[in-house]
Design a protein around this ligand. Structure first.
Ligand code: PLP
Ligand code: COI
Length: 341
């Protein structure tokens, strides 16, 4: 299989149309067999539930070329499980886990020429998504759905790659107490669009959101969870019911403890205490681990002293171990790596 002629190293995080996408239709209470198709466009009724009431959820995972030239994905079972929670929370039918993993394998294999080569710094991003598409005008769930997976080759999520970024404390909330912050609903991202445009206009790379109940604890950014490192080398990460349970963060907690022998704490983290941490990083499929130079709270700088010019040493170890596992350089825990070809 010949790879596409792309300058992989200069890719940013954008949409590039690839050859095949996966689609399965839900109608009369059942999913059809699913298929790979060529057409990237979707035609639907003007009154489709997704257009009127935002009944949609999604996932994000990546396919990697490993050191030995295989193509693999990372923990797709956890994406399937999280999509199940998202679907249930939005009154959508569940796309079964075994079929989700099979669809991931099919769509990656069909787009193998688009999976960036080992060492290029790029990966193939997979976006599974589901939406209600029959016409609905009273507020109620759709009865017909599409489950799809599109793929696109991507580079770093933040411009500048591994250069530490600056984020600000947002005055807006991305989630509500007892809302949908803990699932991957499209509506959570719509909520964040105004705040991200404003953050960029003010010269910040991202927003960090506070807990919507009391606005005193750190939650997460618009597209990633956050981890901190203490002076005595502990990894600390927020615990909250309104953040997305990041697969990257859950994996890093395991890596920190089991591979690097670190202590890990998952607990509420007050905005007031974050000046005590020496490193900070945003973690997620797209973000991988993006180091944070400082958080700005209404004009007050809160710097992370070991993440000024580049990624701090502990975050670098976490990054190297996680990406080493994903790229086949370091032995993975049982079940983390799913081989496609
Ligand atoms: N938090 C939000 C709001 C996200 O959009 C994402 C991206 O998926 C994450 C966290 C990170 O989750 P994961 O590591 O599973 O990609
Ligand atoms: C991901 O990391 O997969 C996400 O969905 C985050 C998104 C902001 C790109």
């Amino acid at each position: 299989m010949e790879k596409k002629n792309i300058d992989w190293a200069s890719l940013g995080f954008g949409y590039v149309q690839t050859d095949k996408r996966y689609v399965s239709y839900f109608k009369d209470g059942a999913w059809d067999n699913g298929a790979l198709i060529d057409d990237p466009n979707i035609v639907m009724n003007e009154c489709a539930c997704v257009l009127q009431y935002a009944q949609t959820c999604f996932e994000g995972l990546k396919a990697y070329t490993t050191e030995d030239g295989s193509i693999v994905t990372f923990r797709p079972d956890l994406n399937a499980e999280r999509m199940e929670s998202s679907a249930k929370r939005l009154s959508m039918p569940v796309f079964p886990k075994d079929r989700f993993i099979d669809a991931v394998k099919q769509v990656v294999a069909a787009n193998a020429a688009w999976v960036p080569p080992y060492g290029s710094g790029a990966t193939l991003y997979l976006r599974p998504y589901m939406f209600g598409y029959n016409p609905v005008i009273g507020v109620k769930p759709a009865t017909e759905y599409q489950f799809r997976i599109l793929t696109t080759p991507v580079g770093p999520y933040f411009k500048g790659g591994a250069k530490p970024i600056t984020i600000r404390v947002s005055d807006y909330d991305r989630a509500a107490p007892r809302g949908t912050g803990n699932v991957k609903a499209g509506l959570n991202y719509a909520m964040s669009l105004y705040a991200i445009v404003d953050a960029h206009e003010q010269g910040f790379d991202e927003n960090i959101y506070l807990d919507p109940g009391t606005r005193t604890y750190i939650e997460e950014t618009g597209g990633a969870n956050i981890i901190f490192i203490t002076k005595d080398n502990k990894m600390v990460t927020p615990k909250s019911d309104s953040i997305l349970p990041s697969i990257t963060r859950r994996s890093l907690m395991y890596v920190a403890e089991k591979y690097l022998g670190m202590q890990v704490e998952e607990r509420p983290i007050a905005l007031e205490e974050i000046g005590d941490f020496v490193e900070a990083g945003l973690c997620g499929t797209a973000a991988v681990i993006s180091p944070v130079k400082k958080i700005v709270d209404h004009g007050k700088d809160i710097p992370f002293v070991n993440c000024q010019e580049e990624m701090g040493p502990t975050i670098k170890k976490l990054y190297d171990t996680l990406t080493g596992i994903q790229m086949g350089r370091i032995e993975a825990p049982e079940g983390w790596i799913v081989k496609v070809m």
